[in-house]
Design a protein around this ligand. Sequence first.
Ligand SMILES: [Cu+2]
Length: 119
Amino acid sequence: MKTLSLITLSALLLVNSSSVFAADMGNMKMGAGMHMHQSAQSAPQMVTVKATIKAISTKHHKIKVAHEAISEWGWPAMVMAFEVADGQPLSQLHKGQQVQLMLHKKTDGSVIAQQVMVE
Ligand SMILES: [Cu+2]
């Protein structure tokens, strides 16, 4: 999966091609270019957003929330469910509560609530 996304990124860079990118490609094959490309993309993998709890599933360790817009990812405000990372207690949460979510976008594109912070 990781290799696949790297190849896709390389293909994208080739479209905008220049000798600079060609040099990066050479580095990338050895793994050294990877970090450069990620920061060049500028979309952070971790963001914090305000949200209101709509529902809690302790069974599936998920919360459904109405979250504010996430400009970093180009997401509008919406209601959606997030898996909550292990170690984040759901027992202290209740419907209607205002929280801050630290969201982590994984390499496969899925997003989990890494931290749920009560305001
Ligand atoms: Cu959403």
